[in-house]
Design a protein around this ligand. Sequence first.
Ligand SMILES: Cc1cc2nc3c(=O)[nH]c(=O)nc-3n(C[C@H](O)[C@H](O)[C@H](O)COP(=O)(O)OP(=O)(O)OC[C@H]3O[C@@H](n4cnc5c(N)ncnc54)[C@H](O)[C@@H]3O)c2cc1C
Length: 456
Amino acid sequence: MTFVNELKRVCPDNFLEKKEDLYVYAHDTSQNPDNIILPRAVVFPKNTKEVSEVVKILNKYNVPFIPRAQGTNHCGATRLIKESVVIHFSKMDKIIKIDKKNLIAKVQPNVVIGDLNKELDKLNLFFPPDPSNLAVSTVGGAIGLCAGGPRTFKYGNTKDYVINLEVVLADGSVIKTSKDLPKNVTGYNITSLFVGSEGTLGLITEATLKLIPKPEERLLTLAYFNSLEDAAKCVNNIIDFGFIPSTLDLLDNNTIKTIERFNPCNLLTDKEAVLLIELDGFRKCVQYETEILKEILQKSNALNIIQAKNQIENEEIWRARRSAYSAVTQLKSNVVTEDIVVPREKIVECVRKINEISKKYNITVCIMGHAGDGNIHPNFALDLSDKTEKENFEKLKDELFYYALSVDGTLSGEHGIGLHKKKYLKDALDNGAFQVMQNIKKLFDTKNIINPEKMF
Ligand SMILES: Cc1cc2nc3c(=O)[nH]c(=O)nc-3n(C[C@H](O)[C@H](O)[C@H](O)COP(=O)(O)OP(=O)(O)OC[C@H]3O[C@@H](n4cnc5c(N)ncnc54)[C@H](O)[C@@H]3O)c2cc1C
C-alpha cells in the first residue's frame, strides 16, 4: 500500500490529488511566480486523531508535509520547496468553548479570528491579536506566525494570549503544552516555543486562548501632517504624555493616494503622512482622553484632525486602513509586503531610507506601519515576471534588511521568516541563538519532514 492509499483510508472524503485541484495549495500571499511546486496531495483531517494518523503515515514513508490554514502569510511559510503533502485544517474550525468566568476560549485551529471576535462580542469579551485581515485569517495561522496587528502596542501579540496547545508531533504523538490557566510557570514554556514556529515543529490541533473584557468604547482619530518628522515627533509626544493608544499606525502619502485612487475613503491626499490613533476603554474616559489627544495633536503640528464620534465613523476609518493592501495590489501585478522593525526613534530615518532605495531600484513603494512598535510595512508594487525588476528587487531587499540590522532593528515584527527571509536569518541572530534554534528543530523533527526548509 502506498502512502497515498493509506492517507485516503484515513480521510476518504477529505482528500485531493487531481492536478487541477492542487494549484491553489501551491500558493500563499507571498509573491513568487517561479518554481511553483504542486502538492502530492491535500488532506483535510476532521479531528486530532485523524491528524495524528496522517502524520504517522507520512513519518513512516518520510514524506514532507505542510500545515496550512488560509495561506494569507506574506513570507512563503506555506509554499512548497519539494513535493509534499499539505495538511489543511479547514475541517477543524469549531469554537469548542468560551468560558467567561475564567476568561478563556478553547478553539480548533481553523477558527477565523473575526468569527471568534463576533462570538466574544456577544459576551463583552475580546481577543486582541488582529492580523488586519481578520475576516479571513485563522487562530492556527496567527499562532504559526505569532501575528500581531494594529493593537500590539497596547495589547501585545499572539504569544501573550496562547496559554495551552494541543500539538501533534512529528511521530504522530499528541501532547498538551500546559494547562488551561492564564498563569503557569511549571516547567519550560513550550507553549510559547510553538507560537511563531511557522508550522516547523508540530501541528496545532487545539488552542486555549486568554481573553480580556471588551473595552466599552473605541474611538479613532486621524491626524494629518505636512512632514514625516512631525508625525514621528507626534507619536513620541502621545506616548510621553502617558497614553498607550490601542492603535498608533502611520500611512505615508503614497499609501493615502493609492487608497483614494482605488478604494476612496475621503482621505486627504495632499499631506505627507497621516496617523491613525485609536483610544479604547470606558466611554467617559475615552471621550475625555480624546479631547486631551486633540490638544497634543494640535501642539504637534497636526494640520487636520478628524475624530470619529461613533462606531459608524470608526468603521469608516478602519475600512480605509484595512483596504490599503488591496489598493496597492491594483498598482502592478505583484505586491510584496515587508515587515522590518526598527527602534522607534529611527522611524523617520527608516521611511526615508525605504524611499531612497526604492527610487534607486525604480520600484514603487507605499509605506505604512505600526508606528508605536517601530514596525514598518513597505508594500512594494512590481512585476516579478520582468527579469530586471525581479533582480532589482532582490538587491533592494538586501539593502532593506541590512539597513534594518545596521540600526539594531530586525527582519520581521509579525509576518515571520518563511522562505523569503531565511537567507538573512543567520545575520539577524546571535550565533549561539541561531545554533540553539537549529537544534530545537532537529529535536522536534529528526527527519526534517515538518514544513522543511522554512526559516533555516
Ligand atoms: C491584507 C493582509 C494584511 C495583513 N496584516 C497583518 C498584520 O497586520 N499583522 C500580522 O501579524 N499579519 C498580517 N498579515 C499576514 C497574515 O495574514 C497573518 O500572518 C495570518 O496570521 C496568517 O493566517 P492564515 O490563517 O492565513 O495562516 P497560513 O498563512 O495558512 O499559515 C501561517 C503559518 O502558520 C502555520 N500553521 C497554520 N495552521 C497551523 C496549525 N494548525 N498547526 C501548525 N502550524 C500551522 C503554517 O504552516 C504557516 O507557517 C496580513 C496579510 C494580509 C493578506
